[in-house]
Design a protein around this ligand. Structure first.
Ligand SMILES: Cc1ncc(COP(=O)(O)O)c(C=O)c1O
Length: 392
């Protein structure tokens, strides 16, 4: 049996062991630089896109091991790790686009990515068109032949879990297509299998999995990754070896965490949907999700994230301040169940019409289900609903 024949959960255990020698756990190469044998060797490494033993901003053995593990799980030729998810997003966008280029992206985006497209791209004369992520025709229709260099999607999207049809996205010819697949994880969805060029993750989330590493990663063809590398070494948002080791550790347990979080989130989504005080429950594992059929086709597991609407800002705020197990914090994918109120935190910089386009209401609540006992999580959410809205 070759590694290519193993199932994803087995690959997650075996992948990325290039820097370990005989150590079972990831070896942390905590060094900024490496001794160089000769001037000729230095020259070769200074210009090589995979010199992992030259200078850590260019590459590092622990980081390279993490990159190789993610590339394996994504079915990609290569990957580049960054110091955060936003490092990866900015590295891809600014590494691939030039002044005069055009980008197609979606209304429903992580707010940091949205700000990059809205506030930074115009400064570099990169034009951006925003489309409805869920309209498969809109993506291709917005492409301007000869000018659109990048088609940038996020699926499932933060925070309302809207999906992009990856087969349709991957079929767009011409521009480079990218999917931010953070919410799905590499074990939940593989954009490259659908013909998409690049798959991107904030590995700060489920890949790292323990809320102790800030990390990003992008995977794709060697040619595209080489191009991105040329900008990334100057951008300087490289991953630290410590965080890359945390990413490798996270990957080893990602499969079981994703299964457990999906199971608890499914129960919670069903309970919320049955509660008459709650509206608009969104979860890719619920048949009521407007794209349930698409979700069943392109997501291996529905994941640990769900959103729902409470009537107004006050009840949304009271809910997130009332949970005891679910903690009020802006991240996702870790062992602790977290709640956020997007309108006042992650998406606070958006204008009212932008919030509406992203499907975020004043009382929208996002939950990232953790690894606590499902009964405790459900009881906690029920008690917080009582506190926010009164008993049902
Ligand atoms: C979907 C998505 N992409 C990218 C990012 C940015 O990641 P980071 O916080 O690691 O920079 C986030 C952060 O929440 C996110 O949710």
């Amino acid at each position: 049996m070759t590694d290519a024949e193993f199932h994803p959960d087995t690959l997650a255990i075996r992948a990325g062991r290039t820097a370990d020698d005989r150590a079972l756990a990831p070896t942390i190469w905590a060094t900024t630089t490496f001794t160089t044998g000769s001037v000729a060797e230095g020259r070769a490494m200074a210009t090589s896109t995979d010199a992992a033993r030259f200078y850590t901003r260019y590459g590092n053995p622990t980081v390279a091991a993490f990159e190789s593990a993610v590339a394996t799980l994504e079915g990609a030729e290569a990957a580049r790790a960054f110091g955060s998810g936003m490092g990866a997003v900015a590295g891809v966008v600014l590494g691939l686009c030039s002044s005069g280029d055009h980008v197609v992206t979606q209304h429903q985006l992580y707010a940091g990515t949205q700000l990059l497209f809205q506030a930074v791209c115009p400064r570099f004369r990169i034009d951006v068109t925003f489309v409805d992520a869920t309209d498969p025709d809109a993506w291709e229709a917005a492409v301007i032949p000869g000018r659109t260099t990048l088609v940038y999607a996020e699926s499932p999207a933060n925070p309302r879990l809207d999906l992009v049809d990856l087969d349709r996205l991957g079929a767009i010819a011409g521009p480079v297509t990218v999917v931010d697949a953070t919410f799905a994880t590499p074990l939940g969805q593989r954009p490259l299998d659908h013909g998409v060029d690049l798959s991107l993750h904030s590995a700060t989330k489920a890949i790292g999995g323990h809320n102790d590493a800030t990390l990003g990663v992008v995977s794709g063809s060697r040619e595209l990754l080489d191009w991105i590398w040329g900008f990334a070494v100057l951008q300087g948002a490289n991953a630290s070896p410590h965080d890359a080791a945390a990413g490798l550790r996270g990957l080893r347990t990602l499969g079981v965490r994703l299964e457990r979080q999906s199971a608890t989130a499914t129960r919670l989504a069903e309970a919320l949907e049955a509660d008459s005080r709650v509206r608009g429950v969104r979860y890719p594992g619920l048949p009521s999700h407007p794209q349930f059929e698409l979700a069943s086709r392109q997501l291996r597991l529905p994941g640990g994230l769900l959103t729902f609407d409470l009537p107004d800002v006050d009840s949304g705020a009271r809910f997130v301040e009332s949970t005891r197990i679910a903690q009020l914090a802006t991240s996702l994918g870790g062992p602790e169940t977290l709640v956020t109120h997007p309108a006042s935190t992650t998406h606070v910089n958006l204008l009212p019409e932008e919030l509406a386009a992203a499907g975020i209401g004043p009382g929208t609540v996002r939950i990232s289900v953790g690894l606590e006992d499902a009964e405790d999580v459900l009881a906690d959410v029920r008690a917080a609903l009582d506190a926010a809205l009164g008993s049902s």
